[in-house]
Design a protein around this ligand. Structure first.
Ligand SMILES: [Zn+2]
Length: 270
């Protein structure tokens, strides 16, 4: 049976509204638009390691999600007031000397880590930055699926390494993008096993980087991309020593004119 109660017709005289309970604000949970990987690829090793130390020794106090920004007090030599944006870990400020001078400091990084991990422990993988190319020491086959995944990741990383056409005021943002792209590539290369298909993939990638430097409008005045190419050549030398079959891939470099002759040490293997 349906009962409909209509309140509209009731008359209230001397009506005193009952006190309303104070509405508690819903706890805010902004989700950062970055992750630990993004932070690790974007900053140098020293800053990352110091921020991890601060995080793991519980130096982040009074962390708050204000609905607009994350705020925290970070204990260093003094207590520093830190604000970090949920949109970008490098947007915000800190009351330390570096922060006051507009430099991204470890206190902002640790606040961003806290925003992501909420005080929970970091795993070994999360703690580790892979911004330098290191040979994985793995030799042997790679499946087509794994190779395709690496190709997809390289494609994504290459998008950070783009031509520069902007005004000088966005120069630093541009350099940061090159750094992030190169760090992503370093991480991908370091995860690969040594074999012909992976040697081929690395050579193709550094040839593409070379083209970006020579005719693609990439401004590498800081030597970030050039440095990555050199590291990748070092890795290919390790590959050649670990699996001589890889040397066959070096053939494709014969007669190539590269931007700084980086292929020379590889041609010596032929
Ligand atoms: Zn600071």
């Amino acid at each position: 049976m349906l009962i409909i109660i209509v309140y509209g017709t009731t008359k209230y005289y001397n009506f005193v509204p009952a006190p309303q309970p104070v509405r508690r604000r819903k706890p805010l949970t902004m989700i950062p638009q970055y992750d630990l990987e993004k932070i690790k690829y974007g900053i140098d090793r020293g800053t990352w390691e110091k921020a991890v130390d601060l995080y793991e020794s519980g130096k982040v106090k009074n962390f708050r999600d204000t609905g607009f920004t994350f705020t925290a007090d970070v204990q260093g030599t003094h207590f520093y007031k830190v604000i970090v944006s949920p949109k970008s870990y490098s947007d915000g400020n800190c009351t330390c000397y570096l922060g006051e001078n507009g430099t991204l400091c470890k206190h902002m990084i640790v606040a961003a880590i806290y925003a992501l991990k909420k005080g929970k422990p970091l795993t070994d993988e999360e703690r580790t930055q892979h911004n330098e190319i290191k040979f994985s020491s793995k030799i042997g086959n790679i499946t087509q699926d794994q190779l395709n995944l690496s190709k997809a990741e390289i494609f994504g990383a290459m998008r950070y390494i783009k031509a520069y056409s902007g005004p000088s005021r966005i120069w630093f943002a541009y350099q940061d993008s090159l750094t992030e792209g190169c760090n992503r590539l370093a991480s991908i290369f370091s995860s690969l096993p040594a074999n012909r298909p992976t040697a081929n993939l690395i050579i193709k990638t550094i040839l593409r980087l070379d083209r970006k430097l020579t005719t693609g409008g990439v401004d590498d005045s800081d030597g970030t991309v050039g440095g990555l190419i050199e590291e990748a050549v070092g890795l290919l030398i390790e590959y050649a020593k670990a699996d001589h079959e890889c040397v066959k891939e070096f053939e494709s470099l014969k007669g190539k004119e590269t931007c700084f002759g980086w292929e020379e040490p590889l041609l010596k293997f032929l």
